[in-house]
Design a protein around this ligand. Structure first.
Ligand code: PMP
Length: 418
């Protein structure tokens, strides 16, 4: 797998979207008597048969608790679990599988870093630098620790186009800045942020840097070693894997120096009432029984995505997003939020005279599933003076016909209701 998305001029294998779709059973279902047009992959992606079968096969043949039993079945489950961690490490280009911590979702990964890494280093008056385009998952955990420590969260503004400017970040980094956390891809604007440059800046200024890759992992090849950040999180469920599994990647030396967060089984070395010592990384951060089958199926999802090829996925989605922007521009009164130069497969919009909620409900009558509301990004909507928007997001299985169906349905809705 390449460490970077495809560029113009690269030869990228074309993606056979019909063959891909055939692997997603849910895409053959009908909604309200019509073929399902699923344009909400940024909220959660649908699952290929490889993932569904990995999950059911694991329960049928391989299931037992891990790292505990001496019996064969437990050892087999443990070996599959360890293999899944290796797969995630490979997917992220991590130097070492010890840098992969399994959590419930991206949100929990951010909370873990906020509590175990940042909170002990945070004092009154310190600052945590975020951006106006963050998902609540990359805002609220920082606010919670800031509140407890008398520190504050400082948002970096974004431009009208929906982009970050490096100088706006650089300007706000000062001696009190103890953390920088930025989304790689905005879940509303689709903006692909220059996280490599931001990481270089953070490094030069000695500020720990967390990348929220929840919306990047399904679309872009990741190589944490080339990236140069300190922490990165993503969720399996947006990456064609099961719900209930998330990943925190952290530099081994940082994880190693962090105290535990949650206590319980598996994260200890020795427990006595006189005191407890803790396990090594990553187990120190994995208290209790994890989603054993889900983690196994996450490995299957990443295998599947790598076999499709992230360069091919990226090229496919780039074409879809260009088509969507053109098609939606023909809908009367429709305004797309932001015009970032680099945009992943997400388009948020409003339509004059129509509430986004009504747009979503009317599209649903045509079997078209989009997201409406604030998309867990209230500060971003506030920045654009909007209470809400509608959002169409695409995935590896999205077709040009579906984008056209969205455009036609919106035109009918505007003609009737706007
Ligand atoms: N960050 C971004 C950019 C997201 O889009 C999301 C999910 N909408 C999250 C974080 C949180 O992901 P999860 O709910 O899986 O923890």
């Amino acid at each position: 797998m390449s460490a970077r998305p495809a560029r113009r001029g690269d030869r990228v294998p074309a993606l056979d979207v019909e063959a891909i779709r055939a692997q997603f059973p849910i895409l053959a279902t009908r909604m309200r008597g019509r073929p399902l047009v699923y344009l909400d992959s940024a909220a959660s992606a649908q699952k290929p048969r490889a993932v569904i079968e990995a999950l059911s096969r694991f329960y049928e043949r391989d299931y037992a608790n891990i790292h505990r039993g001496v019996y064969e079945l437990s050892q087999r489950a443990s070996a599959l679990h360890d293999a899944a961690r290796q797969k995630v490490a490979r997917f992220l280009g991590a130097a070492d599988a010890r840098e992969i911590v399994f959590v419930r979702n991206a949100t929990e990964g951010v909370n873990l870093v906020a509590h175990a890494f940042l909170e002990p280093r945070l004092g009154p008056g310190d600052e945590i630098l975020l951006t106006e385009m963050e998902h609540h998952a990359n805002i609220v955990p920082w606010q919670l620790v800031a509140g407890r420590r008398g520190a504050k969260v400082v948002p970096v503004p974004i431009t009208e186009a929906g982009e970050l400017r490096l100088e706006d970040i650089a300007e706000r980094i000062g001696p009190r800045t103890k953390m920088l956390a930025v989304t790689w891809v905005s879940n509303v604007l689709g903006t692909v942020n220059p996280v490599h440059e931001i990481a270089a800046l953070a490094r030069r200024r000695g500020v720990p840097f967390l990348v929220d890759a929840a919306q990047a992992a399904p679309h872009l090849a990741i190589d944490v070693r080339a990236l140069g950040a300190d922490f990165l999180v993503f969720s399996a469920h947006k990456t064609y894997g099961p719900s209930g599994v998330g990943v925190l990647w952290g530099r081994a030396e940082l994880l190693d120096a962090m105290p535990p967060w949650q206590g319980g089984g598996d994260m200890i070395e020795r427990v006595s009432f006189a005191g407890t010592t803790f396990n090594e990384i990553p187990f120190r951060f994995e208290a209790g029984t994890p989603d054993i089958a889900g983690i196994h199926a996450t490995g299957a999802a990443l295998d599947w995505l790598e076999a499709v090829g992230l360069d091919a996925v990226h090229a496919h989605e780039e074409a879809l997003v260009a088509q969507a922007l053109e098609r939606l521009s023909r809908v009367r009164g429709l305004r797309v939020l932001g015009r970032p130069r680099a945009r992943a497969a997400v388009v948020a919009f409003t339509i004059d005279g129509l509430h986004p909620q009504d747009v979503g409900t009317l599209l649903d009558l045509d079997g078209i599933a989009i997201r409406t509301g604030h998309h867990c990004a209230m500060p971003l909507h506030e920045r654009f003076g909007l209470p809400a928007s509608a959002r169409a997001s695409m995935g590896v299985y999205t077709t040009p016909q579906e984008i056209d169906a969205l455009g036609c349905a919106l035109e009918r809705i505007v003609a009737r209701f706007a």
